[in-house]
Design a binder for this molecule. Structure first.
Ligand code: CP
Length: 316
């Protein structure tokens, strides 16, 4: 199958998934993100990378962090930014998503940042557009959220230098989480020593045994000796009423509290992509505690998204 993500010169054309992205490109994104984050390289002229370009945020599902950080990232790179309000757009009049995209291309949009509840929509668009516009997947159903995977790994790298020594636990609703899929893929790409998934059997994907992960159904076993704990919320919006667990029972079995965090290594860090549901998957004392790097993830999201867009379109 044609590699949609890289063009014939191996340049990043679209970002649709972590799957298929090699370690070299991930490391180049991290190195560029370092420069944007710290602004330490005064010779780095990336800040005008998107001058004269237009970035369009198309969010068919709600977002706080992803949409806002893409907008900030694009503006820091000197782009024009459009946030199309889907609810008041002509989608309600029956316009197809490809017609919507082609109309925006006629308005000279260069990068589309797309979030959609249906898995595969960004890929479908990337396959069908008749221009050089770039597509970035900002989360498609339960499939992937590649910039979240990148910023999560970039945050781990800030605190833990060598992925090959790390035991990482991803905890919660693995089945419905696109973040979990991108996290598993990027940790594998970067050569993490062990990837664990922890959660109730009912929230594990059917193909979990095909993935290179170790599965645990209790926190007490799964958190033992881990360096990194990546918490996830329960994705109620992707469940039928029958499968939604009771919040209090879930917290009793899988909530991360201070006592459970002590099972992990003393210097373990805690991540969460947000939005967090306090008292459901994580206790406030942990979310706001010394080991939490949740707000580092948010800050790093801007640098990672700058690096991705600059790499795709950069005038340099
Ligand atoms: N992490 C994440 O995707 O958050 P938002 O849904 O707020 O964008």
């Amino acid at each position: 199958m044609k590699n949609l993500q890289q063009d014939k010169n191996k340049k990043l054309q679209h970002l649709l998934s972590i799957e298929g992205l090699n370690k070299d490109i991930v490391e180049r994104i991290f190195n560029d993100a370092d420069k944007f984050l710290e602004n330490k390289d005064t010779e780095f002229d990336g800040y005008t990378s998107l001058s004269g370009k237009t970035v369009c945020n198309l969010f068919f599902e709600n977002s706080t962090r992803t949409q806002t950080t893409f907008e900030i990232a694009a503006k820091r790179l000197s782009a024009n930014v459009i946030n199309l309000d889907i609810a008041t757009s002509s989608q309600s009049k029956g316009e197809s998503i490809l017609d919507l995209i082609n109309n925006l291309i006629a308005m000279s949009v260069d990068i589309f940042v797309i979030r959609h509840s249906k898995p595969g929509i960004p890929e479908l668009i990337a396959k069908n557009i008749k221009s050089d516009a770039h597509i970035i997947n900002a989360g498609d159903g339960n499939r992937e959220h590649p910039t979240q995977g990148l910023l999560d790994a970039f945050t781990i790298r800030e605190f833990k230098k060598d992925f090959s020594t790390l035991k990482v636990a991803i905890v919660g609703d693995i089945e419905h989480s696109r973040v979990a899929k991108s996290q598993i893929n990027i940790l594998a790409t970067l050569g993490a020593k062990e990837i664990r998934v922890i959660g109730p059997k009912s929230l594990m994907p059917r193909n979990i045994d095909d993935l290179d992960v170790n599965v645990f159904n209790t926190m007490e076993e799964g958190l033992k000796d881990v360096d990194v704990v990546m918490m996830l919320r329960i994705q109620k919006e992707r469940m039928s009423n029958k499968t939604v667990p009771s919040e209090s029972n879930y917290f009793k079995s899988f909530g991360l509290n201070q006592k459970r965090l002590k099972i992990a290594k003393d210097d373990a860090i805690v991540l969460h992509p947000g939005p967090i549901n306090r008292g459901v998957e994580i206790e406030s004392k942990v979310a706001d505690g010394m080991q939490s790097v949740i707000l580092n993830q948010v800050k790093n999201g801007i640098a990672i998204r700058m690096a991705v867009m600059a790499m795709m379109v950069g005038n340099k």
